[in-house]
Ligand binder design. Structure first.
Ligand code: GDP
Length: 364
């Protein structure tokens, strides 16, 4: 599955937020026995109102959402790139995730100590980014040394790696994360393979006071501006509200959200933002037994999409009967869509679209 790592300086509200996530995950886990929960890992359902609608039409017995994994990555302090605190472990953990959710303190509260003695989320974001950039520069230097012999031998892939590493280094020395480097389509695969920390997409999570959850504040606005400038994404959330919601049942939660002037839980917005950020999309399988959502990267072809369900589906792939979500709903299900000629038969080269309702045919 796809993983998002939650990072942030001490006392910004990470644990509060992560507790809310894991409590939500645990409540969901009762219905999903296959879902494993470790102390620092939360697997949460990706909220998607389309799934219930499909299940309703098909009278599916079970509804199974797709999920996204969050990992609590503790231990970031200034100097992490120099191995201070849990520095090395911290960086190793970040290497493992697909995206970074960066929790920032956007609330004022004299009772909660700030490590730097002031509330300044833009500076905090830079503190963490600086550590990641320094770590990248160090690993680039090592890797360039490791490539010298191969480059001299004329190894084409090594030559390309060297060029891209140097481009990344140039950006980093200029104070910009590696994700700001524009890379040609042909070089993209090698680029991804470099596995630099600052290549990973970033979601800024602005933790504001309860009273500002619906509106945000000057701090969260400053972060939104920063995010827009660097191709990142930001959400406003109140960790304390999320913690309270995670202890309520669905009906109580709705009333509580209403009272706070919120349309939906911040966690749901955060999960969806993470999903978008990772470039993910959803397809559905729908039948009387279950309606289920599955996650694939945008641009995934039908056989690989089938492979998410089972390796055999991919190996023996023949075709995918495909109904667009809107057609499925408008024509009241599979039969109606079929009758109206809206069921397409797609082959190996079909690029799965968000919301497709798919039925795979394969050789066992
Ligand atoms: P962590 O060190 O980043 O994991 O931070 P914690 O989640 O432990 O939070 C640090 C302290 O800040 C705790 O006492 C929280 O109750 C408090 N806190 C978290 N979010 C908020 C908030 O939105 N407003 C206020 N006033 N306090 C908060």
């Amino acid at each position: 599955g796809f993983k998002t790592g939650i990072v942030g300086l001490p006392n910004v509200g990470k644990s509060t937020l992560f507790n809310a996530l894991t409590r939500t995950a645990a409540a969901q886990a009762a219905n999903f026995p296959f879902c494993t929960i470790e102390p620092n890992v939360g697997e949460v359902a990706v909220p998607d109102t389309r799934l219930a609608k499909l299940a309703d039409i098909a009278k599916s017995k079970q509804v199974i959402p797709t999920r996204l994994t969050f990992v609590d990555i503790a231990g970031l302090v200034k100097g992490a790139s120099k191995g201070e605190g849990l520095g090395n472990q911290f960086l190793a953990n970040i290497r493992e995730v697909d995206a970074i959710a960066h929790v920032l303190r956007c609330f004022e509260d004299p009772d909660v100590t700030h490590v730097e003695g002031r509330v300044d989320p833009v500076a905090d974001a830079e503190t963490i980014e600086t550590e990641l950039m320094l770590a990248d520069l160090e690993s680039i230097e090592k890797r360039l040394q490791g490539l010298v012999r191969k480059v001299r031998g004329g190894d084409k892939e090594a030559v390309l790696q060297e060029r891209l590493l140097k481009q990344a280094a140039e950006a980093l020395e200029d104070g910009r994360p590696a994700r700001t480097v524009a890379v040609a389509e042909d070089d993209r695969k090698t680029w991804q393979g470099l596995q630099l920390l600052t290549q990973k997409p970033v979601l800024y999570v602005c933790n504001v006071d309860e009273a500002e959850a619906a509106t945000g504040n000057a701090h969260s606005e400053a972060i939104a501006k920063k995010a827009a400038e660097e191709g990142a994404v930001s959400v406003v959330i109140s960790a304390r509200i999320e913690e309270e919601i995670s202890q309520l049942d669905a009906e109580e939660a709705e009333m509580f959200l209403d009272e706070m002037g919120l349309e939906e839980a911040g966690l749901d917005r955060m999960i969806r933002a993470g999903y978008e950020l990772l470039g993910l999309q959803t397809y559905f399988t729908v039948g009387p037994k279950e309606a289920r959502a599955w996650t694939v990267r945008r641009g995934t072809l039908a056989p690989q999409a089938a492979g998410v369900i089972h390796g055999d589906f991919e190996r023996g792939f023949i075709r995918a009967e495909t109904i667009a979500y809107d057609d499925f709903v408008a024509l009241n299900g599979e039969q109606g869509a079929k009758d109206a000629g809206k069921m397409r038969v797609e082959g190996k080269a079909y690029e799965v679209k968000d919301g497709d309702v798919l039925h795979f045919l394969f050789n066992a």
